[in-house]
Ligand binder design. Structure first.
Ligand SMILES: [Zn+2]
Length: 133
C-alpha cells in the first residue's frame, strides 16, 4: 500500500511538472507572436517610408525647398547647383562677416555658432582666411 501511494505521488509530480512546462511553453509562444507582430509593424512602417522615397525619386516630386535657402546662399550656385565662388571677392567676404553672415556661403549665422549651419565651415578659420575661401 505504501509503495502504491509513493508511485501515485511520483505520477502526480510528473503530471504537475508537465503541466507547468505546457503553461511556460504557451507563454513563450505568445511572447514570440507579440515580438514578431511588433517587428512586422515596424517593417511595414519602414517599407512605407521607403516606397514614398522611391515614388518621390521616380516622379521627382521631392524638390529642394528653395524658400529655406538664404538669398545670399542661392546666388553662389548656378541653375544646376554648381558652386560659383569666383565671383565673390575677399571684400565681399569681409562685408558678410560684418553683416553677421558666413563668409563662405553667406548664410545667416548666430554669434554662438562655431560652424556655419549651411556649408559647415569653421567660422573662426573662415574669418581668419578670407582670401583662401
Ligand atoms: Zn556657410
Amino acid at each position: 500500500m505504501a509503495a502504491m501511494s509513493g508511485f501515485l505521488t511520483i505520477l502526480v509530480l510528473i503530471f504537475l511538472a508537465f503541466a507547468c512546462f505546457v503553461i511556460y511553453f504557451i507563454f513563450k509562444q505568445m511572447e514570440f507572436v507579440l515580438t514578431a507582430t511588433n517587428l512586422y509593424r515596424k517593417m511595414v512602417t519602414r517599407q512605407d517610408a521607403m516606397i514614398k522615397l522611391l515614388i518621390d525619386i521616380r516622379d521627382g516630386t521631392k524638390q529642394l525647398d528653395s524658400e529655406k535657402i538664404p538669398e545670399t546662399f542661392k546666388e553662389l550656385f548656378d541653375e544646376e547647383g554648381r558652386q560659383i565662388s569666383s565671383q565673390i571677392t575677399t571684400k565681399d567676404r569681409m562685408t558678410r562677416v560684418t553683416a553677421g553672415l558666413c563668409p563662405k556661403c553667406g548664410g545667416k549665422v548666430s554669434s554662438t555658432d562655431q560652424n556655419c549651419p549651411f556649408c559647415k565651415i569653421n567660422l573662426l578659420f573662415a574669418r581668419q582666411h578670407l582670401d583662401e575661401l
